[in-house]
Design a protein. Structure first.
Length: 509
């Protein structure tokens, strides 16, 4: 649905904007309209183009084609500072202020009022306090910003944006680190600003929240506009179907295609988590994984899938709940503790969180096994070469030899090398976070086949994928997450795309 013509309520209009990077078309003729006194949410999964669109609007990137109109006038912001001067301000998930300066200094940073050629601190502190009172915040503005909570810091960022006479306020994932009370306060402030005629662009992956606060949605997918919709007229299931690119009627009529069924018989619970949670990361959840079982985690971006994996592997420390391994209490204070229990973890971003690009394929493969043995029991070069060569052959990793730097391999072969790293360590539980992202269809099929083989050999697997069809194909059970909490668990014939989508779309209990 293209952006409409300018009218009395149109504040910001984006017309046919495109933006390309080498090898990637991030935005392809996207339209977007923000009205005065409106909270308009951008929706879409990873790679949809939300962040790129925001960066074009706020001057971080310059559009390759198209135009932007603010109050009817064409604009081309060349930097965030220029966008701010035009009246477009952004508050990011990570507050982009100076933590060791005072609250007041942050609000007026770069534009401090002066008196007789010197900074007028009295005026700065008075005006800063007044700015925050308009947001229903009463704090000591002379204290350092980092002495206050993330919620207060975000309010300071909003106060700064409003003080420079913002007409458009972009809130990029502002609730990701807030608790329920802090979210309610933020929403109250947003409604107050909306009533004053401000246009607010809101980005969030929390369905409950966007339905509570939004007037309209614009849905993007793969850099293209799917459409603009009134929130009250778009059921959740339809929104999810549009985000993931499925026709709703086709989803409803889809033949049930489920995984290999429940694990029974000799398969015993390997891991049992009860009330596992962390404030601002994951609401307490229960999760059981048996030997020889693939448990899929399904949900939209931001639902808590990766957060669950990080807690189970000890990257983040759980604040609530208990974990049992083989029926005995276990504590995962670090990844080292998880590795000692023979857990493995292939993270979502292999390039920055898993592989070491300048090391060889051999060195990357032996890394986890060498770490589990300790550096005093080093593998000889011959042992390393034999181990790496065996896994290169077993997983069909396309490389001239084991000494090739891994950065020169294709994405699919890099991913298989990361799998080889953990298979060499012979884990009992393997956590796979987006193992097929960014690889071709053939490599995806090989990895799915490998998952089935490992499961048949008794390995327990926690499988995370934003491709819901992959979760359906590969899982014995599917745990459905939404807004960082568990909202359902599917087994047997219930494991299909339609049921997962219905569980994600269901309203708050």
């Amino acid at each position: 649905m293209p952006a409409g013509p300018l009218n009395d309520t149109s504040l910001l209009i984006v017309r046919a904007v495109s933006k390309s990077f080498p090898g990637v078309r991030a935005l392809d003729g996207v339209d977007f309209t923000l009205r005065r006194g409106e909270i308009h949410t951008l929706m879409g999964e990873n790679g949809a183009g939300k962040s790129t669109l925001i960066k074009v609007i706020t001057g971080v990137y310059q559009a390759g084609a198209g135009e932007i109109l603010l109050e009817g006038h064409a604009i081309q912001p060349r930097s965030p500072a220029e966008a701010q001067r035009l009246g477009i301000s952004t508050v990011y998930q990570e507050v982009n202020l100076v933590p060791f300066l005072s609250v007041a200094e942050n609000i007026f940073l770069g534009r401090q009022p002066t008196k007789f050629g010197r900074i007028d601190w009295k005026q700065i502190n008075t005006r800063a306090a007044e700015s925050l009172r308009r947001l229903d915040i009463e704090i000591d503005v002379t204290q350092a910003l980092n002495s206050y909570s993330i919620a207060i810091q975000q309010m300071v960022a909003i106060a700064r944006a409003l003080d420079i006479d913002a007409k458009v306020l972009v809130l990029d994932e502002p609730t990701s680190s807030l608790d329920a009370n802090e979210v309610r306060h933020l929403f109250a402030v947003m409604r107050k600003l909306k009533a004053q005629g401000l246009g607010i662009i809101f980005v969030s992956h929390f369905l409950d929240q966007v339905y509570e606060i939004s007037d309209r949605f614009t849905v993007l997918r793969n850099g293209k506009l799917v459409g603009e919709y009134e929130t009250a007229k778009l059921p959740r299931l339809e929104l999810i179907a549009k985000m993931i690119g499925k026709d709703l009627d086709a989803v409803e009529a889809m033949t049930r295609h489920h995984g290999p069924g429940p694990v029974t018989g000799e398969h015993k619970p390997l891991l049992r988590a009860s009330g596992l949670g962390r404030r601002g990361s994951l609401e307490p959840l229960d999760l059981t994984i048996h030997t020889g079982e693939v448990v899929g985690l399904a949900g939209l971006l931001g639902s808590g899938r990766t957060e669950t994996a990080r807690l189970l592997f000890g990257i983040d420390r759980a604040e609530t709940g208990v974990v049992e391994v083989d029926g005995e209490a276990a504590r995962f204070a670090s990844p080292r503790a998880a590795i000692a229990r023979r857990f493995g973890f292939c993270p979502e971003d292999r390039k920055t969180q898993a592989m070491i690009p300048d090391l060889s394929v051999r060195e990357n493969i032996v890394l986890a096994l060498q770490a589990s043995r300790g550096w005093l029991r080093k593998f000889s070069a011959a042992e390393q070469h034999k181990l790496a060569t065996n896994y290169i052959k077993a997983l069909n990793i396309a490389t001239p030899d084991a000494e090739r730097p891994i950065k020169f391999l294709s994405g699919g072969n890099q991913q298989k090398a990361m799998l080889a790293r953990w298979l060499a360590a012979q884990p009992r539980l393997l956590i796979l976070d987006e193992p097929t992202r960014g690889i071709d269809v053939g490599a995806k099929a090989e990895i799915e086949k490998l998952i089935a083989k490992l499961c048949g050999e008794g390995m327990a697997i926690l499988f995370i994928s934003s491709e819901l069809e992959e979760v359906v194909r590969s899982s014995h059970r599917v745990v459905v997450l939404r807004d960082r909490r568990k909202v359902g668990e599917l087994t047997g014939d219930k494991i299909d795309l339609a049921e997962i989508m219905k569980a994600i779309a269901a309203g708050s209990a």
